[in-house]
Ligand binder design. Structure first.
Ligand code: PBG
Length: 325
């Protein structure tokens, strides 16, 4: 039987019917808000290519974190801007650096929002690469030791989940081992498992002052042309002990999110990255897109593709709209 017996429009007739048969739900609880923490006090500096997003000192970031929790947003992910950089990125594992201080402040304030920390060296190294550079190349195995140290410092501060974003081979296993050795078996790992070498990280690199000073990240981040390889990366990270796997960026890689969702039983996260945010905000500023509709459509699409939760700079505005609809 077909038309005229079948009329799909019957289920689109009123908002009440549409919401009854809606397949994909978007809630503030499935959003994670990225925050940039810098040294000092009273600092709140807007990032030009990420309007509405700020570099903030711990005191100001803590204020915003309280608001984020009030808004019902599921979690935050923290990035640090250190007071100084060196060849090894040693401020990345310092307990008195901005991220560690922020996590400790959140714990003292007894906030319940999930605290995730990005584990990487690129914000902390003078050369801007995500690992230790030896003879002009990023040395995979020597980097693992440092990443494990970074993750351990975040766990000591009180992070719920640590999120390695460097794309070195074996880092999930190295981090899991180090955390367990030091009594942090309860701290989870959210692995940036399929992280592509993408043009869409550019505003982030301005925000975190983390652009590579020579070469690029093609030797460790994935080739945008590859999807099967993403499944291999995810399988390896799960084997090494990842609790959650992430695909990044989100919008140009919805097929990868879907493939990972179908192939594995662990939670899947997606990172709606800085360039995706900047692109949308720029069009809105020109009056070319309706902001609310565009943002909710983007986030719904990422959920529909299979993401359980979404890291997004839109988290706060989206949460506001989701509560009022
Ligand atoms: C650190 C890191 C990056 C992002 C998250 N963690 C930048 C990069 O790999 O160059 C990008 C996030 C975004 O663009 O919003 N390695």
């Amino acid at each position: 039987m077909s038309y005229p017996e079948h009329r799909p429009r019957r289920l689109r007739r009123t908002e009440a019917i549409r919401s009854l048969v809606r397949e994909t739900m978007l809630t503030p609880a499935c959003l994670v808000y990225p925050m940039f923490v810098c040294p000092g006090t009273g600092v709140r500096k807007e990032i030009p290519s990420l309007p509405g997003i700020y570099q903030q000192s711990v005191d100001r970031a803590l204020e915003e974190c309280r608001a984020v929790e009030q808004e019902g947003i599921g979690g935050i992910i923290l990035f640090g801007i250190p007071e100084s950089k060196d060849e090894r990125g040693s401020r990345a594992w310092a307990m008195d650096a901005p991220v560690q201080q922020m996590v400790e402040a959140i714990r003292r304030a007894n906030l319940q929002v999930v605290v995730i920390t990005d584990v990487c060296l690129c914000e902390y190294t003078t050369h801007g690469h995500c690992g230790l550079v030896v003879n002009g190349d990023v040395d995979n195995d020597a980097t693992l030791e440092l990443l494990a140290e970074v993750a351990l410092s975040h766990a000591r501060a009180g992070a719920d989940l640590v999120a390695p974003s460097d794309m070195m081979d074996g880092r999930v296993g190295a981090i899991r081992h180090r955390l367990d050795e030091h009594g942090f078996s309860h701290v989870g790992i959210l692995a940036y498992a399929a992280k592509y070498c993408s043009a869409f990280y550019q505003p982030f690199r301005e925000a975190a002052a983390s652009a590579p000073q020579f070469g690029d990240r093609r030797g460790y981040q994935m080739d945008p042309a590859n999807a099967r390889e993403a499944l291999r990366e995810v399988a390896l990270d799960i084997e090494e002990g990842a609790d959650v796997v992430m695909v990044k960026p989100a919008l140009p890689y919805l097929d990868v999110i879907r493939a990972v969702r179908e192939a594995f039983a662990v939670p899947v996260a997606a990172y709606n990255v800085s360039g995706e945010y900047a692109m949308l905000k720029a069009a809105v500023a020109q009056g070319w897109l309706d902001e609310r509709r565009a943002i909710l459509e983007v986030l719904t699409a990422i959920r529909r593709a299979g993401a359980d939760f979404i890291l997004t700079y839109h988290a706060r505005e989206a949460a506001r709209w989701l509560r009022s609809c």
